[in-house]
Design a protein around this ligand. Structure first.
Ligand code: SF4
Length: 280
């Protein structure tokens, strides 16, 4: 049994950090430590011990101590959720932030909650995920050619990170884009906030981004340009939140169709429209 929150290097499955991993305690340190991360493993380790946002650190640790009754007998991770998946991905999935009793409990993005059930089932159908569900950090799940990250790495109260918190966390996403760039073909943004965060990150790291901000929508596709001149397809999808999946705003066929757009079909990356998506 682990304490909650789980200390770095305590042996939690998939914990990328050790007791010696450097910790960011403010925005400037996030900038410095993210830029200096030479590998995905080093980046994930530094993310997983970050303490730069006082409100989010207090919240995530309080949730980890209090626990939901259904998980009272479990340890809670209670730390930022690092990226998960293939360190040399063709596809990057960008979410919003960990769920308080999902990734904040299990230590793995989209793991242990209904949103994750939807996402990993779709990734399994599309051939990226080794299993159709992701329940805990030691469940053997592996992703091939795909890595999942988030715009904000700590669970926020009410699922609402502040503007300041999003800005403080942004350098981690910038570095994820730069480290993934050599192999990356496409990015799936889950929701409008992830869409905006990805466009901003791409611009900051020197990618070509349309001068006029592309509008988010389910099934929208935008071509971004890597520094080496090759294109990266940014695909929008409604978020896999229960708010969307329970109401039918996002259906399984819609999510499968968005994942299919990650594969270049030679359409010139023009915006497309999916069944059930927005009309524009
Ligand atoms: Fe660090 Fe991001 Fe968590 Fe803020 S939200 S404490 S920057 S990992």
């Amino acid at each position: 049994m682990f304490p909650s929150p789980v200390p770095p290097g305590a042996g939690w499955p998939g914990d990328p950090a050790t007791r010696h991993t450097p910790r960011a305690r403010g925005r400037e340190q996030v900038v410095t430590l993210a830029a200096a991360a030479r590998t995905v493993d080093a980046l994930d380790a530094r993310i997983s011990v970050c303490r730069a946002c006082p409100r989010l650190v207090a919240w995530r640790e309080q949730v980890a101590r209090d626990k939901r009754a259904a998980y009272a007998d479990q340890a809670y991770w209670g730390r930022p959720a690092p990226g998960f998946g293939d360190p040399a991905p063709r596809v990057l999935v960008v979410g919003l932030a960990p769920a308080a009793h999902g990734a904040n409990r299990t230590g793995r993005v989209f793991t242990g909650d209904r949103s994750g059930d939807w996402l990993y089932a779709a990734l399994h159908r599309a051939g990226y995920a080794s299993q159709p569900s992701s329940t805990h950090a030691g469940d053997g799940m592996a992703l091939e050619g795909l890595r999942i990250v988030a715009a904000v790495r700590c669970a926020p109260p009410g699922n609402q990170p502040s503007v300041d918190e999003r800005a403080t966390c942004a350098p981690w996403l910038d570095r994820d884009l730069s480290l993934a760039a050599p192999t990356l073909d496409a990015i799936l943004a889950l929701g409008g906030l992830a869409w905006d965060a990805t466009l901003s990150a791409a611009r900051r790291v020197g990618w070509q981004v349309p001068a006029r901000k592309p509008r988010f929508g389910h099934g929208e596709v935008v071509r971004l340009g890597r520094p080496d001149g090759r294109g990266v397809r940014l695909v929008g999808s409604y978020h896999v939140s229960q708010q969307n999946t329970f109401t039918g705003r996002l259906t399984e066929p819609m999510l499968d169709a968005a994942l299919a757009l990650l594969i270049d079909d030679g359409d010139g990356d023009r915006p497309v429209r999916l069944a059930g998506g927005p009309v524009r």
